[in-house]
Design a protein around this ligand. Sequence first.
Ligand SMILES: Nc1ncnc2c1ncn2[C@@H]1O[C@H](COP(=O)(O)OP(=O)(O)O)[C@@H](O)[C@H]1O
Ligand SMILES: [Mg+2]
Length: 266
Amino acid sequence: MTSDLAGNGTAAGSTEAKVTIRGLTKSFGPVLALTDIDLDLHENEFVSVVGTSGCGKSTLLSIIAGLTERTEGSVRVDGAEVTGPGRDRGVVFQGSTLLPWLSALDNVKFALQDEPIAAAERTAIAREHLSLVGLDGFEDSYPAQLSGGMQQRVALARSLSYRPGILLMDEPFGALDALTRREMQALLIRVWEKHRLTVMMITHDIEEAIITSDRVIVMSRRPGTIRAELPVPLERPRRPEMNADPVFRDLFSTVLGMVHEPAPIP
Ligand SMILES: Nc1ncnc2c1ncn2[C@@H]1O[C@H](COP(=O)(O)OP(=O)(O)O)[C@@H](O)[C@H]1O
Ligand SMILES: [Mg+2]
């Protein structure tokens, strides 16, 4: 599978999107979690996915990450069918997934252990990515010595360190307080605007979805399917105060209405 190679390349001659999902269905035994999902994620696009709890967002992300098998349909990355996890896709989850017995620097280096590079270069790349997320001076701190926001920054640095073309994030700031969340959103916007890559972020925070994204995907209640794909017509660079913009407020109301629409009465 070509996706084992790091990088942002697309299959030769392909005009396909970075990620192409067609007719995706997922059942857990008798429970139909996802049905008939068609979705494209484009090169260097930032997409957020919102939907009620249990609608299948995490399942969708996990299938793209290659951590969960699909029941039916096709998921292609750079034109190649996903058959498992790969270095072309970085993943960040809500809770800290750092190794508690390793320093921040060693947590990032751990992710680079299979890269065919010299030890000094591994250290340099790890430092560079900790710096990218604003953690200069915290290289030697252990996860327990870092705040929740800082731990998520290390997790982000770790996932970016091997330069995946795709970053998949499942409610990455969901466990953080409101103020830290805003800081992390600003950081994520800065990082993405500097080092473009294809991002899919799941969030239950509609403001977060709009301020960060090029497109907001709204999923229906379970069985999850794509209810709407809404472009965000706000200029870049994004700034926190754009949440007062009438364009932002209109989109917020639209998304909120779609997410919380009552389930149809059978
Ligand atoms: N490993 C699993 N085994 C059985 N059911 C699961 C499993 N993972 C998820 N589900 C079910 O699939 C549905 C979608 O779950 P999930 O993708 O976690 O939703 P979301 O992330 O949108 O809250 C839920 O009904 C959930 O109970
Ligand atoms: Mg979830």
